[in-house]
Write a protein that binds this ligand. Sequence first.
Ligand SMILES: Cc1cc2nc3c(=O)[nH]c(=O)nc-3n(C[C@H](O)[C@H](O)[C@H](O)COP(=O)(O)OP(=O)(O)OC[C@H]3O[C@@H](n4cnc5c(N)ncnc54)[C@H](O)[C@@H]3O)c2cc1C
Length: 344
Amino acid sequence: MLKLKKVRINGDAGLAHVEAGATTATVQRAAAAKGWFYPPDPSSKEYCTIGGNIACNAGGMHGGKYGVTRDFVIALRGFLPTGELVKWGTATKKFAVGFNLRDLWIGSEGMLGVVTGAVLKLIPQPAARWTLLTSFTSEVAAPGAARKLFRSRVQPAICEFLDRESVLCAERATGKTVFPGQAGRPVILLELAGSAGEVKETRSAVLAWARTSTLAFKEARTRTEAEALWTVRRKCSGAMFELGDAKLNEDVVVPMRHYERFARFLNRLKRETRLPIPTFGHLADGNLHVNIMYHRDHAGETRAAETAVQRLMEAVVALDGAISGEHGIGLAKTPFLRLQHNPA
Ligand SMILES: Cc1cc2nc3c(=O)[nH]c(=O)nc-3n(C[C@H](O)[C@H](O)[C@H](O)COP(=O)(O)OP(=O)(O)OC[C@H]3O[C@@H](n4cnc5c(N)ncnc54)[C@H](O)[C@@H]3O)c2cc1C
């Protein structure tokens, strides 16, 4: 069987030549070994592939600062459904030859053809990183505080929100306490990345923000401590099954100006449907994973979950948001496409 897993780093040009079956984590590790960084990092990175990432335009925690898969694909090749080989773009950072069909393929969910390989852009590996864990009084206060931080032009490499139900699930699933002494509180996990000087300077600004805008905060003292926090965060998706045996896993995007309104909407939705709706995700770009949890054998809960997802999609579109930020449409979200796009 053809596995298409090869990865070659071109350190001179800052490019990765990859076959579509290589996992995202393999590409990241190969790049890091030569001092380069490939930022798109879906939590599934240990097993999802570059081909799948291109097909779904995958994002991840670094999206707010660095962008998503689309921002890193220089060129791709693959086969049309007719079996013809196509190459969109070349391994050059500039390409102005006709229509940009490469970008049409990115996010096309396999409907235009099979991707077999790509050339990816790399950036220099940040020399320094710094991680901070913060807690808040409520699900409305947390995104409001994050907005205040962004307004001060701080650009964290990662800014992840976990509401209190997500914290609970993560703790149950991993057996680890997310923030000792802050049980039952929503949290934001932040990371700065860049040159040592840049991180040092921004750290002071973030600590000043934390003193006035959070309930409590704690710096990760070592890289191992920081990585332990990120590992817990990456397990969030599976951890949601602590609250039900079925999940409608949405990945909506909400404009920053509506963060608090959206948080109040979610509180209402939980109350009215009586379902757990743990929500976590990327505050730097408004991409939130809203997990509507229910029990598939419970007819009332199943109906409530279907109503909840419809109301969620309507609310997101009414707030000028997007019904998917990184997972794509597939079959499950096709019924909601008409909310996002008009018939024209
Ligand atoms: C626990 C978990 C966490 C996740 N976290 C994130 C996250 O943080 N961010 C994020 O963006 N996504 C996330 N995802 C979603 C998913 O992992 C990504 O969308 C990923 O990009 C899918 O890649 P895959 O290789 O697993 O593709 P698959 O799931 O196998 O396929 C996905 C789609 O891509 C098409 N496809 C796959 N390979 C190719 C190819 N070579 N050519 C053409 N089409 C192809 C398939 O036909 C299908 O339509 C998560 C999923 C899980 C289960």
